[in-house]
Every structure is written in C-alpha cells, then in structure tokens.
Design a binder for this molecule. Sequence first.
Ligand SMILES: [Zn+2]
Length: 505
Amino acid sequence: MDIIKIFDTTLRDGEQSPGVSLIPEEKLAIAQQLARMKVDVIEAGFPIASNGDFQSVKLIADNVRTVEIAGLARCNVKDIDRAWEALKGGENPRLHIFLATSPIHMKYKLKMTEEEVLERAVESVKYCSRYTSNIEFSAEDASRSEREFLYRLFEAVIKAGARVINIPDTVGYAVPLEFGLLIKDIRENVPNIDQVTLSVHCHNDLGLAVANSLAAIENGARQVEVAVNGIGERAGNTALEEVVMALRTRKDYYNLNISQDTTQIMRLSKMVSKLTGMPVQHNKAIVGKNAFLHESGIHQDGVIKERSTYEIMDAKSIGLEENTLVLGKHSGRHAFREYVKELGYELEEDTFEEVFNRFKELADKKKKLSSVDIEALINNEIYSVEAYYELEYVCVSTGNTVLPTATIKLKKEDQIMQVAACSGDGPIDATFKAINSVIGIDNIKLLSFKIDAITGGTDALGDVVIKLDIDGKTFIGHSAQPDITYASALAYLEAINRYISVSQQ
Ligand SMILES: [Zn+2]
C-alpha cells in the first residue's frame, strides 16, 4: 500500500509567523517531539537567513538521528554551501532548494526569463548533487505558474538529480479540485515524474490548505508539507494534525498508510503553542480545547450510550487521555520517576532532581497533582534559557487602599544586584518596573500578557506567557507557579534572558 510522507516545516515556515522567534534549544525540543511522533522529514530552518537559523539546523541535524533533516536554500552557491555546512553532520540530510516559476514572480521579483530560471534550477540541482543525492526542488508559486513551463522545468531538474519535486501553493490561491488537477496533469505530462516523490506545500489564506493537500494526495502526491497547529506566515500552513488525523480516520476512503504516532499530537501541539506564544483557537480541529467536548444534551446522551454515535475519533488516539494517576506529597522519588517516564520524558539526572524538588515544593501547597501539573513543572525546567539574571526574591504589597509596590532582588553571575522598590498601577506593573530599574534596559515594550489556570480550582498553577518587544524583536517568556506575581516576574525575566542570549550570538 502507498505511504504518505509527512514533511514538517514548523521550524522553518511556521517560525516565520509574525512575532515568533525560537532559540536553538527550543527548536531542538520541538524537533525531538516531532521525532517522537515519527514525522518523516523535519525542515529545521533556512541556514543562510541568520546565525541563529544556522545553529538550529546544525544542532537538530547533529542530534535528531531518526528523522531526515532538511534545510532550505535559494538556488545559489552561497545558500547551498551554507545549508550543507549546517546539515552535513546529520544521518540522511536533505537539501531543499527553491526558485519561483510563476510569470509574476519571474518578471518582478527575479527579473529573469523562463530560460534563465530553468538553467539556474538545473545548475543548482547539479551543484547540490556534489553533496548529496537527497535533493528536493520547489517551484515557488507553482499554482500560479504556466503548466507547459512547469512540465519542462520538472523534467530537466529530475534529469539533473532532484529526488523530490514540491508544488507549493505559495499564496494560498488554489482551490481543491483545481489543485488536484494540477498534480494529475504534472504526473501525466512530465515523462520522468515516476522517478521522484511528488510533494505539496499549501497555505491557508482561503482556509483551504488541508483540503488542497488532501486533493493533491488523491491525485498522486506522496509527501505533504505541514506545520503543527497550522502556524506560519499570514493564515499559516497546512495543519499537521488535521492531515494526519484525516488520513487515519478516513483510511477507509484514502486507503493510504502513514507512519506517525498520533498519540503524540496533543503534547506536540501544546509545546509549539507554548514556545511560540501562539494560542490555539478553542474550536480548532483536532487540538482545540473544545474539539472533543459535547455540549448539547442529545449528543452527551448519545456518547454515553455509545461513543461512536457522535464521535468520529477517540480522544485517546491523539494523546488526550486524562491521566488518572494522581501524585501527592507522599509520592516518592521512584514513583515520580516512573510517572515522568510514562509521560514520555527522558530527563538528565540533574534536571530530574530539579523537577523532583519543585514537585515536592508544589505538593506541599497543592494536595493532588495531575499530569498537566507535572508537565508544567518539567517544561519550566527543560525550556528555560540561560539565566543571565536570576530572581532572588520578590515581595509585593497590594490592595484597594495601598499603592501597589514591588521590591525585588536579582542575581547576575553569582553577584547579588541592588534591591529595587517601585510602585505601579498594580502588582504586576510594579514588579516589571522594579526589574527594569535593576537591569537598566529601558526600551522594553510589553506586547502581550496571558495568564491561564492550568487545572481547575483556586490552588491551580498560574501559567503566564509574556511577549516583549526589545529593539524591535519579539521575545517570549513563560512560567507556571502557584503564585501569579512570582510567575509573572519569572516569565518577564525569562524573556529578557532570551533577549540577552540572542544578542550575544
Ligand atoms: Zn510556505
């Protein structure tokens, strides 16, 4: 039976979402989770774009060995050399090169004729083949390109050594029947097309990315390019979880195989949402908060009698199983270790000790801890950036009759910095002002501040996500703590530490 390959571009195209910037360690954490889910290819970045991008691709290629790692390059020697430099330590790295083929892009952007574009594409594929035979060629804006030209170009780049031909709907303009037909025509008119895997890459400007990708699959595409939660520029990319679950749930219709472990979907979705600071809409298919909730009495009654009356998927199949095992303050190190393992985390010994200590502290304050709480604790440890500034203490007084005031003490490289006390409109405002006055960075703008209770109950962990604008760039910080002022201070400092880490690169 045919196999569909899932090519994930969360870390390249997805990361191009406005206001998203991930540091290499965060990208590695996402890549590791993508590997756990067993995607077929991870596009780790665009190495020529920046130093950070280069580092991320290299870090992922060197460390994630079970999945093909791809790096993007334009059709020129400098881009390709740089991409290969980042990729070459990987197990089976893929060079992904692209060149625009639509009249509008060739005329205005590239200022090149068809013949020049064809020649450049062929030369670039040949240049790639000095490094690897694992070459993917993308015809940017393919859905608005002339068919006859695409046929000629694809035939030539396949002859030159390309192994995957990707058809992007770069601007999200295509509609399903039309896009399916384009794939069919390419298969029927490019004589050597059966030597390659046909791939598609759709954008969601008209909300059709998933529908277009599925139409392409029905017409012979065997690789789909996707992003977790559908993130990406403008309206985003094809959503990974939707394509995977459509192929799995409607296997009776598509009769195609995929190799993903769908039970990793929820954790992947949450991780990406958290690290990018992009919330998932509640009614989002598959991973939205409401995707498996039934409100109407008739539906609830039906589901209780027989789940399949109103549910086409089992919540367990995407890893949404309510973990019934509950930990408390009497749970020991051994039980905790087993629990962490069951959640799918492999922690290094000192990280484990850190998390275990945090767990004990929290268990003193909160009686019962669920898997969501434990995951929040683990995430606090494994995603934290290098701490240039650490919070020694924060003390806040607030109320309706006093001026909210915060006193804080920070540590920098084992050196205690001055104590600062500031007042503000509220406790959070006062805390942030006090931090600013100690670190002396004054061009910080708070873009967004989000707080969520992780579980129900007034003793729930407060999960704070903060976005700051510093020097025109966005930095995200997060923290989950029982005390929301403390969590806010930690999240704020984390975003600042991230800024310092990036500016030192
Ligand atoms: Zn794209």
